[in-house]
Design a protein around this ligand. Sequence first.
Ligand code: MG
Length: 294
Amino acid sequence: MRIRLIAASVLLTVLAGCASHPTPTPGVLAPDSAQPIVSESNNTLDATLWMQQSAEYEAVLLGSYTLARQQLDLALADPNWDAMPTGERKVPASGLSPAVIADADETLLDNSAFQARSIRAQNTDFNYAAWLSWVSERRARALPGALAFYRYAAEQGVSVYYVSNRDDPAERAATVDNLRALGFPVAEDGSNVMLRNDPRAPSRDKGERRTWISERHRVLLLLGDNLGDFVDGVATSPRARHTLVERYRPRWGRQWIMLPNPAYGSWESAILRECGERGKTDPNGCKRDALRLQ
Ligand SMILES: [Mg+2]
């Protein structure tokens, strides 16, 4: 969910650096750059309904986690199997105990109620205080298929790491509590929950945390809803992001399981960044411009 804030910040940052950009449109760009600014309720209504109400989303998730389980079994049987992206592994995987690395939000935790509340309240801007309040409720649900998969992995002796860009320490206790209450495998000291600013690997990009884990484990699978859950360097143009996906083509559906998220993500930031670099100020206009017509 941090992505939403980042998407807004990206546009502001780009605009701030663009000497020729016109005056920000009132109501679209707020004066305080610390605050999220992109009005998105109209954009997220259908996406949120799809995630909450469609049988299709449930079916995709169940299928994805069935695939994950099959791939986990294959990975356990193959001592040479390692899911780390190129360049991130610093020590050989052989002989290390197995682990899976999963993102949290919209990978195994369902935050659509937060999105729904924002829409109902016509509270159009992503607001970090409101997000913190939602997190502190500890009421995110488990996504279909997720709980059974991570419990199965733990039963096979596989360590489960949750690598999320929720904030450490602000969101740590509530995140650990929420995961634990739902029944996800969480270490007694919560050490398998690695959030942004984790002292062991504090970078915002997740590669540093993946490397930290890979120094201790053979990594069987990566699971996420965002390209950054698999590789670093995703804050680039939409075209370059597609190139990244192509570069790792053999991984998808085998070692890397991508789950759908039509509501928010770094895909959105990429559109806004590229558009902002052209001096555009209206996020919704940017999105309309990005539509492909043939
Ligand atoms: Mg996520």
